[in-house]
Design a protein around this ligand. Structure first.
Ligand SMILES: Nc1ncnc2c1ncn2[C@@H]1O[C@H](COP(=O)(O)OP(=O)(O)OP(=O)(O)O)[C@@H](O)[C@H]1O
Ligand SMILES: [Mg+2]
Length: 314
């Protein structure tokens, strides 16, 4: 299904928070994949669901790192599921690398990973690509995406850097995915702020479209960092995420797709010749049974056990 690459230029505008918020309200089966080269944050933020309905810490060794170990022999979409974990509330995540050093040896991974994500059916993938500098190897993943969504706060410097990044991306990925922009906007002048960035984008003739805004909502963002309590589903952040998610899904439905995943070249990595397949047998569903559809998920309002928050922080 669709691969959406979420990223930023400079600063930390809230890409990881946006990925989780979008994942929580995404109207189709979805996987949030942490592909940030600087290392992932989810293990420090959010609890994994246990089979008995409880919660535990996300396992940092099961995710991109374990997937990369098997992907050296070639990566197929069916191999992804066994490296995913489920958060309390039902959202599936692929936990990212531990640190930037790990990413240095994995520049070969991003292209095959992007192709495998794009071929993951019936699941959409929201890939948290972190901050995009020049010549980032993540371009190989972004090339496979159906849409790139750049986030920025509505400050002069973030909008200026975003403008540079959009132009650089469009040059590096000619014929690549469309570029969308989501503005982190103060709820007191939400529509006005988004419209102002839209005007700047239009007047600069940037090859990008402003898709909408995420509310700057510190309370909602804190809840998405594991400090549960309160009504997250009613927070401004989640309400704005619903609007962005619906707009994105509509756009994805409207826009003509690139080559079907089956027509794309097989995903492979440098290294030894392909060995025996590690994932489920051909023809088997690539996703474990019971992926909760969004309407089956528990609302993200569960109070998180303070002891576990402390444990994760160790
Ligand atoms: N919509 C929001 N409203 C208010 N605060 C937010 C919002 N989104 C994120 N934040 C806060 O901003 C900080 C950075 O958020 P986050 O980790 O999501 O950013 P990031 O862009 O992924 O950063 P990095 O590039 O370091 O991974 C966090 O303290 C988070 O709580
Ligand atoms: Mg992040």
């Amino acid at each position: 299904m669709a691969l959406i690459a979420l990223a930023a230029d400079k600063g930390a505008p809230g890409v990881t928070t946006a990925a989780v918020a979008l994942g929580a309200v995404w109207p189709r089966p979805v996987l949030v994949a942490e592909c940030d080269q600087a290392g992932g944050d989810l293990v420090y933020r959010l609890p994994a669901a246990t089979e008995d309905g409880g919660s535990t810490m996300l396992n940092p060794s099961r995710g991109l790192l374990s997937l990369a170990a098997t992907a050296r022999r070639g990566l197929r979409p069916e191999q992804i599921a066994e490296h995913c974990q489920r958060l309390v509330g039902g959202l599936d995540v692929l936990v990212g690398l531990t640190n930037a050093e790990q990413a240095q040896g994995m520049t070969w991974l991003w292209g095959p990973l992007g192709r495998a994500f794009a071929g993951l059916s019936p699941v959409d993938v929201l890939a948290d690509c972190g901050r995009l500098g020049a010549e980032t190897p993540l371009l190989d993943l972004i090339r496979e995406a159906d849409m790139v969504v750049l986030l920025c706060r509505a400050t002069l410097e973030q909008v200026a850097h975003l403008r540079e990044r959009v132009n650089a991306l469009a040059k590096k990925l000619p014929g690549g995915p469309p570029i969308g922009i989501v503005v982190l906007a103060d709820p007191r002048d939400f529509r006005g702020t988004v419209a102002e960035v839209d005007r700047i984008v239009a007047s600069s003739a940037l090859p990008a479209t402003v898709l909408g805004g995420f509310a700057l909502d510190p309370k909602g963002a804190e809840m998405l960092r594991g400090r549960w309590g309160g009504r997250l589903d009613r927070s401004l952040l989640i309400r704005s995420a619903r609007e962005v998610a619906a707009g994105l899904v509509d756009r994805l439905a409207d826009q003509p797709r690139g080559p079907r995943p089956a027509e794309r070249p097989a995903a492979s990595a440098p290294g030894p010749a392909p060995g025996p397949a590690a994932g489920p047998a051909a023809g088997q569903s690539p996703w474990p049974p019971g992926v909760p559809r969004p309407d089956e998920r528990e609302p993200l309002t569960r109070r998180h056990d303070a002891a576990q928050v402390r444990e994760r922080g160790r």
